[in-house]
Design a protein around this ligand. Structure first.
Ligand SMILES: Nc1ncnc2c1ncn2[C@@H]1O[C@H](COP(=O)(O)OP(=O)(O)O)[C@@H](O)[C@H]1O
Ligand SMILES: [Mg+2]
Length: 182
């Protein structure tokens, strides 16, 4: 899955589409019996300023988070409770058909972590064991050993522009590569 974003609005659409995909039965977190047994973990890779935090902010918005979602660079980890939507209990029961429901969104920035150990101190194992959790982590390559075998990978790159602003400025176009790895 590859996308080009020319604006924040495009990124918002890509974030929504991605959410739709993961809530509507990508094979990722289903066990052999079709039961979801683990959290859904998404690694966001890309240089500083490519839009990893922005992407997560749109995910949060799309999930109904009303509080401001700031970059967790300094606090490392933030948790947002997700509002229950109408019909969500029915939806949860009918997961196979309609999709899964998350209760918590975790936003982690591993940039300042020295290694996986620091992530484990934050309760990582417990977080990724709970199927009600949706976890977005920036700089997953810095804690590669802690990443669950099955997770999504989103890589974002600045694209050079033909004219106008330099590549690497915040207005530059972005390319999103979205993969599921196992
Ligand atoms: N798709 C986009 N279009 C335009 N500007 C963007 C886009 N994505 C991010 N930005 C801007 O780029 C800057 C850095 O984004 P940020 O999400 O903090 O990057 P990162 O988390 O990868 O370091 C912000 O000012 C943000 O508004
Ligand atoms: Mg960031």
């Amino acid at each position: 899955m590859n996308h080009i974003s020319k604006s924040s609005e495009d990124t918002e659409k890509i974030a929504k589409e991605f959410l739709d995909k993961i809530t509507n039965g990508f094979p990722l977190t289903r066990g052999t019996k079709g039961v979801v047994s683990r959290a859904c973990v998404v690694g966001l890779t890309g240089d500083l300023g490519t839009g990893k935090t922005t992407f997560t902010q749109f995910v949060a918005k799309s999930l109904g988070v009303k509080t401001k979602v700031n970059s967790p660079t300094f606090v490392i980890m933030k948790r947002y409770s997700l509002p229950l939507r109408r019909g969500s209990a029915r939806r949860a029961r009918g997961f196979k058909k309609v999709g899964r429901k998350f209760k918590n969104l975790f936003h982690i920035d591993a940039y300042r972590l020295k290694n996986e150990k620091e992530l484990f101190h934050l309760g990582w194992e417990e977080i990724i064991s709970n199927p009600e959790n949706l976890v977005f982590i920036e700089w997953p390559e810095l804690v590669a050993k802690a990443m669950p075998k099955k997770h999504y990978k989103i890589s974002i790159k600045h694209l050079p522009r033909r004219s106008g602003a330099k590549a690497g400025t915040k207005e530059g176009h972005r390319k999103f590569g979205i993969k599921f790895s196992s």
